[in-house]
Ligand binder design. Structure first.
Ligand code: ACO
Ligand code: ZN
Length: 172
């Protein structure tokens, strides 16, 4: 596979590339998840998402090393943006290693995942849960057009509330 086929986006200014997750990335993605978030998952959980929704599980590389990921799933359910049975993309988890933040990697991962959810899985909206105290993530999602739709009281294991944030697709 040529480099231009393997990479979905190459950002020369900020020195990162986005591509689909591959099985060989599993250990690194699990590591990034564990050092970045209290919500941790089994290896099996990551691999299931890769097997079922490969186009919407992406990683970011800097100098050939994986430094961030976004993992999504697709669900059929009641819409947050429009009423009725809706195919919804669900951003399950996103994280960027601390030393690589604030250079656009999180935003690029989200934009490419949103495009994939709409293009390959025909999702007409996308949603996620986020801790009400997670200002960096909420700012990123608002920048991408997500709106707060509801509060889930005590959603997290430590008792913190979550916002459900959602936006319609496609992105543009
Ligand atoms: N403070 C304020 N605004 C921020 C911050 C921050 N610390 N970080 C990002 N933003 C906003 C800004 O508007 C920023 O644009 P700017 O830099 O031009 O001001 C915009 O988001 C884009 O930022 P990126 O550089 O693309 O984001 P980054 O690569 O730093 O990744 C992320 C953001 C993924 C939230 C990162 O901070 C992270 O890994 N945090 C820990 C893990 C986490 O909280 N993940 C989200 C949990 S919720 C879920 O997974 C569904
Ligand atoms: Zn979720």
């Amino acid at each position: 596979m040529s480099a231009s086929q393997r990479y979905i986006r190459i950002d020369k200014n900020h020195g990162f590339k986005i591509r689909e997750f591959e099985s060989a990335d599993l250990e690194k993605v699990v590591y990034i998840n564990r050092v970045s978030l209290p919500e941790n998952y089994s290896l099996r959980f990551f691999m299931e998402h890769h097997e079922k929704w490969p186009k919407a599980f992406l990683v970011a590389e800097v100098d050939g090393e994986v430094v961030g990921y976004v993992m999504c799933r697709v669900e059929l359910g009641w819409g947050y943006c429009k009423p009725g049975l809706t195919r919804k993309g669900h951003v399950v988890s996103i994280a960027v290693l601390e030393g690589y933040r604030r250079r656009g990697i999180g935003k690029a991962l989200m934009e490419e995942a949103l495009k994939a959810l709409s293009k390959y899985y025909k999702a007409s909206e996308v949603y996620l849960e986020v801790r009400v105290s997670n200002y960096p993530a909420i700012s990123l999602y608002e920048k991408l057009g997500f709106m707060k739709k509801r509060i889930l009281k005590g959603y997290y294991l430590d008792g913190e509330d979550a916002y459900v944030m959602a936006r319609p697709l496609p992105l543009e």
